[in-house]
Design a protein around this ligand. Structure first.
Ligand code: B12
Ligand code: SF4
Length: 549
């Protein structure tokens, strides 16, 4: 592979695409597509109870940490900030990271680089690289498909297979709910850890699996439990966290690694919490006690219709599994695909109702979407079913179909999707309430557990439940009367249970903090009605930095 003439002396800028994001514009920003995980695709119908937070662009943070060249990361720039960075620092390489929806922004950023920093080599990476013919849409010198650390190391003439250093990543920022911004306390938010990219399961619609090699393939950054443990200890010490957001598409699938991690956690007395993505069949490889001891406190799991026949769901009664996980204090985020091949206007309501009946703490709904680079896209393209003239900015599963469905129209796909989000909220209540229920069950079951690591974890959780969250329950109970009385009654019952467990503190906080939260919730509701949106702040971080002479 070609190397840059300056090798490790080349100065690199790595940037994410520019904002503002939560608006409709000609570059591909969409108001329904804000830079917010939950509000974009999980709690978007939950109004002021929606969980709002931003996540940094981890791919470029990983690359920056693993090259020895001087390197700046510019995250969430405005166009002005990107232009300023290009003109105030001379860069030999400008790397742009993007996903498919953002191809219009990449085109504009390449244009800006050619104009403002004509000597820079432009490298584009991330999922945007999977668009067929992308090289004709953007003016870049290199378009990198798949894993980027090894590519950048090779391009700089560095050791491609050197061990991967993990950057210090605080998982979420500027978290808000019910009109309140949560304090940015050191250690208060989980750290992100990225053990691998890709997933060997190879579901036909899955873009992350396809991008990193497809069925049977993935890239492991940390092969063993020992390596992972060492990285987590380092992050724990530096960020003062007990909690990790494990960004691995199917963390529990690698049982040997996970069980070794548990062994080491036990030996060292680590009371960690892990939020993981896992398929149902991978979860079933563990007993509930193993999961609890491993600190698994939140699982993101596909609930795709059993009729779809994805191998990850076979042999599993996913509803029973969800129930069991919640009974053991493990929050479940279900993920349901709307508009699968067998869906029709006649059966889709029943399918959505059945997904909602899982009563997960959080529920993501996504339209079945052939995304460039996946086997599904290939198949749809061969069948001539891809709809023409759909802007890539709208191909993300949260708007309308981009393909001809056998029974459901493009317009109806949006109606069903929007309805699914609303129905889940209406029937199951705010996710925050559901989470509180799961936390209480976990605490009741494990408060006297022999392993002190486990007790400590549930004690940490219950501190929040018995104070601020109980005040939130008081508010939700009041506000939900307008939406669904029976859910409001369920919230009331839960609040009473919490107050029975913690009679003094829970009642005191509900009485003192409750009215303030009620006021901020209503103020937020008004703001949202007037179109208030949120944007992430811009970050500039430099590593191995020397000013240009
Ligand atoms: C965190 C995250 C977000 C964050 C955004 C963070 C940010 N700052 O942009 C939030 C929650 C806001 C978000 C939003 C959305 N996301 Co998102 N998100 C993710 C998630 C879960 C993790 C990304 C990550 O960090 N992975 C780990 C890193 C290490 O991997 P990576 O980013 O791919 O980077 C590697 C390579 O791609 C490459 N690389 C990346 N950049 C560069 C740059 C250069 C120069 C080079 C050489 C290489 C390179 O090297 C890296 C290391 O190997 C992924 C799923 C996943 N598992 O990856 C989805 C994912 C990226 N998101 C996706 C989508 C669709 C969206 C949304 C459109 C939401 C929606 N409707 O579904 C919005 C778009 C928001 C917007 N306006 O842009 C899709 C992308 C599909 C596609 N093919 O384009 C993914 C893959 C999820 C999925 N399976 O569908 N997302
Ligand atoms: S199990 Fe999940 S991450 Fe793995 S290929 Fe299927 S959809 Fe993708």
């Amino acid at each position: 592979m070609e190397t840059h003439p300056k090798r490790s002396h080349a100065r690199i800028l790595l940037s994410s695409v520019f904002g503002p994001y939560a608006q409709d514009d000609e570059f591909g920003s969409r108001s329904i597509n804000p830079m917010e995980l939950y509000h974009n695709q999980v709690t978007r119908a939950q109004g002021s109870f929606s969980l709002r937070m931003f996540h940094r662009s981890w791919g470029i943070m990983m690359i920056q940490e693993n090259v020895s060249a001087p390197c700046s990361v510019l995250d969430f720039p405005t166009r002005k900030a990107f232009a300023r960075e290009l003109t105030t620092n001379h860069y030999d390489i400008v790397g742009i990271s993007a996903i498919i929806v953002n191809v219009g922004k990449v085109r504009e950023m390449c244009r800006m680089v050619r104009e403002l920093s004509p000597d820079s080599v432009i490298v584009v990476g991330g999922h945007v690289a999977a668009i067929p013919g992308v090289e004709t849409m953007i003016d870049a010198d290199h378009i990198v498909r798949g894993e980027g650390i090894s590519w950048m190391r090779q391009y700089l003439g560095e050791e491609e297979h050197a061990p991967i250093k993990h950057p210090m990543i605080v998982s979420g920022l500027e978290t808000r709910i019910m009109g309140m911004r949560l304090p940015n306390r050191k250690g208060g938010t989980a750290a992100t850890i990225i053990p691998s990219v890709g997933c060997p399961m190879g579901c036909n619609f899955c873009t992350t699996s396809a991008f990193f090699g497809g069925k049977g393939k993935f890239v492991n950054f940390y092969e063993t439990g020992d390596e992972l443990f060492e990285v987590m200890c380092r992050i724990e010490a530096e960020l003062k966290v007990h909690s990790f957001f494990v960004m691995d598409e199917n963390f529990l699938l690698h049982r040997t690694r996970a069980m070794r991690l548990l062994e080491l956690m036990k030996e060292a007395g680590k009371s960690w919490e892990l939020s993981v993505f896992a398929s149902a069949n991978a979860i079933r490889k563990y007993t509930m006690l193993e999961l609890v001891e491993l600190g698994v406190s939140w699982v993101w799991m596909g609930l795709e219709s059993p009729k779809a026949g994805y191998s990850k769901l076979q042999g599993n009664d996913v509803r029973q599994l969800t129930h069991e996980l919640r009974e053991h204090g493990i929050r479940v985020q279900g993920s349901t695909i709307v508009g699968l091949e067998h869906h029709t206007p006649d059966n889709i309501v029943e399918e959505i109702e059945s997904a909602i009946a899982h009563q997960t703490d959080f529920h993501q709904f996504m339209l079945y979407t052939p995304v460039p680079g996946t086997p599904l896209y290939q198949e749809m393209s061969e069948q001539g079913r891809l709809l023409p003239d759909i802007d890539f900015a709208d191909v993300h599963g949260q708007y309308k179909f981009n393909f001809l469905h056998a029974a459901i129209s493009r317009e109806d796909s949006k109606r069903f999707l929007d309805w699914a989000f609303w129905r889940d909220f209406e029937k199951n209540g705010p996710s925050l309430y559901r989470m509180c229920g799961t936390m209480l069950k976990g605490w009741q079951r494990y408060k006297d557990y022999p392993d002190p690591r486990v007790r400590e974890r549930f004690e940490r959780e219950v501190k929040k439940l018995s104070s601020a969250y109980n005040a939130a329950l008081w508010v939700m109970e009041k506000e939900f009367k307008k939406i669904n009385r029976s859910v409001s009654e369920r919230i009331h019952k839960l609040r009473r249970e919490v107050e029975k467990e913690f009679p003094v503190i829970a009642r005191l906080t509900a009485a003192s903090l409750g009215p303030i939260l009620l006021w901020s919730t209503r103020r937020e509701e008004n703001r949202l009605a007037k179109g208030r949106t949120y944007e992430p702040p811009t970050f500039v971080e430099r590593r191995n930095w020397v000013s240009a002479t």
